[in-house]
Design a binder for this molecule. Structure first.
Ligand code: ADP
Length: 252
């Protein structure tokens, strides 16, 4: 479980997060949505321990983030940022990086680390590229490799910043199904999604952010019926069975 309590943070003197509070329960997918620049990535970075808070608190499994050592935090939370380097490395070697928080000084992988790496590669369907150079893969294929690395890290909390970017629609659904399946393993998933229709379909909880604040938080149905999503994004949202569609607001 991840608890954000009255979190304030920013860059230099510019405040971005303004007293953000919400709880991401274990075994649930929580999705952050909001207009560009509202602070979604900043919040994920703070939750990953990469950006100190100005005030407020972030608790992971009931323990404040600053109380974690680097190694403890790496064993507790995996972060898949949006912008990543593309190093000259094989797929398998990159996924092995997910095990580093568990290794001793020699960084030698134990049999259980090998199993975790293979399991993660199988789970996201990248095992067939194990020996390929990461640079030879498409953006979407690479995205899945980075997700495999995050899974190999075997953490309770997984933070994902726009994981479906670069994927074609079919692969987007595949990846989101996979992420939604993680909740069955008791993981706490917090992700940023641009696509409101996907957010509505695949989240247990949506946190709607605007201007550095969490303006509403609740199950998808609640955010939809309150009209808050339509208001903040200036769109109209319709529903067709399990699926949602986003259309221009009347008069646009
Ligand atoms: P979102 O993810 O919702 O699009 P961000 O959290 O990326 O929003 O950005 C929120 C605000 O913080 C924006 O005004 C952005 O320009 C600013 N910002 C983001 N990263 C930095 C940074 N490294 N240094 C200074 N300002 C930043």
């Amino acid at each position: 479980m991840l608890e954000i309590r009255q979190a304030a943070a920013g860059y230099g003197r510019e405040q971005v997060l303004r007293q953000v509070s919400f709880t991401a329960p274990a075994g649930e997918v929580t999705t952050l949505v909001g207009p560009n620049g509202c602070g979604k990535t900043t919040l994920l970075r703070a939750a990953a321990g990469q950006l100190p808070l100005w005030s407020g608190q972030i608790l992971l499994e009931g323990r404040p983030l600053p109380d974690y050592s680097r190694k403890e935090l790496a064993q507790a939370a995996a972060f898949m940022p949006q912008v990543r380097d593309v190093p000259a490395i094989t797929v398998e070697a990159l996924v092995c990086h997910g095990r580093f928080p568990y290794l001793g000084f020699s960084r030698r992988l134990r049999p259980e680390d090998r199993r975790a790496v293979e399991g993660a590669m199988e789970a996201v369907g990248v095992a067939q590229w194990a020996r390929r150079d990461l640079r030879e893969l498409s953006g979407g294929q690479r995205q899945r490799v980075y997700l495999a690395m995050a899974l190999a890290q075997d953490t309770r909390l997984i933070l994902l910043d726009e994981p479906s970017t670069y994927l074609d629609p079919g692969r987007q659904f595949e990846l989101l199904e996979l992420i939604a399946g993680l909740k069955g393993r008791g993981k706490t998933v917090v992700m940023v999604l641009h696509d409101l229709a996907h957010a509505l379909r695949y989240s247990g909880q949506i946190v709607l952010m605007d201007g550095g604040r969490a303006v509403q938080c609740g199950p998808p149905e609640q955010l939809l019926s309150s009209g808050a999503l339509e208001r903040v994004f200036g769109v109209r949202i319709g529903r067709a069975g399990e699926n949602f569609y986003v259309a221009p607001a009347a008069g646009v």
